[in-house]
Design a protein around this ligand. Sequence first.
Ligand code: COI
Length: 355
Amino acid sequence: MEMSIRIVKSQEKKTKPREDSLGFGKIFTDHMFVMDYNPDKGWHDPRVVPYGKIECDPSTMVFHYGQAIFEGMKAYLNDKGEPVLFRPMENIKRLNMSARRVCIPEFDEDQLLKGLKVLLDIERDWIPKAEGTSLYIRPFIIATDSCLGVNPSKTYKLMIILSPVGAYYAEGIKPIKIYVTEEYVRASKGGVGHIKTAGNYAASLYAAKEASDKGYTQVLWLDSKHHKYVEEVGTMNIFFKIDGKLITPPLEGSILPGITRASVIELASDMGISIEERPISIQEVYDAHSEGRLEEVFGTGTAAVISPVGTLCWRDNVIEVNNGQMGDLSRKIYDTITGIQYGKLEDKWGWIQRI
Ligand code: COI
């Protein structure tokens, strides 16, 4: 059944930020989308309301057992100044996949896309115009029962908040330095590494802090069983160019099925680049580097877009990739995907949706 979306407009309009120093996820727009769940009504009362605080009881379940999932997507202004979304249904479906895994009731995907478009239509002036900027969209669902028993909550809140953003990393599109950890693991097969649940990110913080203390921007995670095969970078999937081929770890349950990852695989094959989704050990990466065959490394993600990796530190080895410079293929893929997102290149894939 089609639900109508209630709209309550904010009385005050915030001042829009300068677009040259947006950073990531620090500024929020005037409105947000909210919808509630209870067993009697199901998902109900979709509404766009002024952005603001939510009141929760200290015993609210999400604070204790982390039943929380989220997504990350972006709205862009195309070359005609129209707001567009990049493959939004893929994120919406992934949110429902995350919901299933942590016992959150699924929602109607078309209904959520409609709610998102209503919100974006109201907030369209918040989509920044400067190159490399966009309006980051954060849909999330939290468990809202007041209870300390370890059970799925009976009630939930789904919200969408919006944040005008620039580059995710302070480095921008400059290559980042990554630390390969053999001590900590992010996720195991059979666990929740393949969904976007809050706990995955909490689990990554300690290793990320240690890496940061050593001067690295991010951690590269290895598999939890052998501490040998490359998995992902936590905020992005990873690709290696070795001997002219692109290699990325396969989706076997512990890695996030990134939408940018999937798009890069399609774009690279379309460019005639051979692409392999297969286990790749950090030893193989190191050997390829020692033999001069490691040509490029880059990460992919909604927030990160295409982020070149200039340095990888594994044990005592510092691997400098492509002399610390962004590689030609990384640049070409960056230009292609952002060209499609900002409407400068033809979208022959049908990835772009108008709002
Ligand atoms: C995204 O790329 O949108 C993500 O969700 C990564 C985020 C944790 C910054």
